[in-house]
Design a protein around this ligand. Structure first.
Ligand SMILES: CSC[C@H]1O[C@H](OP(=O)(O)O)[C@H](O)[C@@H]1O
Length: 349
């Protein structure tokens, strides 16, 4: 299916990255230029750019920004600098594997061309970052196409957090499935979880759905169960930040709750993600580092304080859904069903 994505959230402009600063959405569409690895780190940490594939792409460009003026005295010193900057960038957010995946891919590329002049290696780093960006565009389009077979006519899809162009290189993951279902005339509407505490659903997914002219209702997270109980949800489709070899999936906090609810109501529960989100180095979800974020994200609603001073807060940015609750994982190579370990090994062989 040929259709354009509603917008681009990351662009390489000659010598810098331009991103939409998502912290201003939906009220304002603010574009910011990132010219150093420090600005990239800050943008990822403060979620000006967010979403597993998007932070991988931005991190890749960030490594180039950090290395483009590095001394060209010796390969070893250049490679050590690449490793240092990669470690620094990777420290911005730990859970989404795409950031470390992109940086590891770039460092492997650098080592593979170690006999070339360092000036040439720098250009290869930039070219590889662009390849990662363009590859994500293609992979996410395929995810949407592959997901279509799972979508019934007049589908009412519930989704969580944001998985569209703001979270990826262009089409999104679960959002790509929604886009394709819409263009195929199979989508009745989307239920959008607001996704506390940072409201990626109510701020970002609604903004993207309006741009795509897709019908939706915004609902508080705790209304999902009632919607399912009333028979108003046909399937759940959402994204991932890290999927382990056995199919356990780390995703935005609240995903596990939805998986348990979907199971209790016999509703299909689908994860959509590119291969770059699958971490074949981890056996199970218990090994995934879950990012803990600042208390003020929970004790404040925008600029309004909504809890007393000095309260203890538990604010994990993600949770882990066990593979047994995941009906299938929609990837660019097709729809993967259990046994995930066996089928991932075939996918990666
Ligand atoms: C297409 S991956 C999007 C994935 O990333 C989000 O996390 P965050 O907003 O904290 O970057 C969320 O888990 C989404 O499912």
């Amino acid at each position: 299916m040929n259709f354009k994505a509603p917008f681009q959230s990351i662009t390489w402009n000659d010598d810098h990255i331009t991103i939409i600063d998502q912290t201003y959405l939906p009220e304002r569409e603010v574009y910011v230029d990132l010219t150093t690895e420090g600005q990239v780190w800050d943008a990822i940490k403060k979620m000006k750019v967010r979403g597993a594939p998007a932070i991988g792409i931005t991190g890749a460009y960030g490594l180039y920004l950090g290395l483009r003026n590095a001394p060209e005295t010796s390969f070893d010193s250049f490679y050590n600098e690449a490793d240092r900057i990669s470690e620094y960038l990777n420290s911005a957010r730990p859970t989404a594997v795409n950031l470390s995946w992109a940086l590891k891919r770039l460092n492997a590329t650098i080592f593979a061309v170690k006999d070339k002049p360092i000036s040439e290696i720098k250009q290869i780093i930039l070219d590889t970052a662009k390849t990662i960006h363009n590859e994500d565009r293609r992979l996410c389009k395929s995810i949407g196409e592959n997901g279509l077979d799972l979508i019934p006519d007049d589908a009412r899809i519930l989704t969580h957090c944001n998985t569209g162009g703001l979270a990826t290189g262009e089409f999104g993951t679960a959002f790509s499935v929604i886009l394709h279902a819409h263009h195929a005339g199979k989508l009745k509407q989307v239920w959008v979880d607001e996704t506390r505490p940072l409201l990626q659903g109510s701020r970002l997914t609604t903004w993207e759905l309006q741009k795509a002219e897709i019908p939706f209702h915004l609902n508080v997270d705790s209304a999902a169960a009632f919607l399912m109980q009333q028979g108003k949800v046909d399937l759940v489709v959402l994204g991932a930040d890290r999927i382990t070899k056995n199919g356990d999936t780390a995703n935005k906090i609240g995903t596990y709750s939805l998986a348990v609810l979907a199971d209790a109501h016999n509703i299909p529960f689908y994860v959509a993600a590119p291969y770059s989100t699958i971490d074949m180095d981890l056996e199970t979800g218990s090994e995934i580092e879950i990012e803990q974020r600042d208390a003020d994200e929970v004790t404040n609603f925008g600029n309004k304080q909504t809890a007393p001073d000095k309260v203890d807060v538990y604010n994990p940015a993600f949770d882990v859904t066990p593979n047994r609750l995941i009906t299938a994982i929609i990837t660019e190579k097709g729809v993967i069903k259990p046994n995930y370990k066996t089928n991932f090994e075939k996918l990666f062989s």
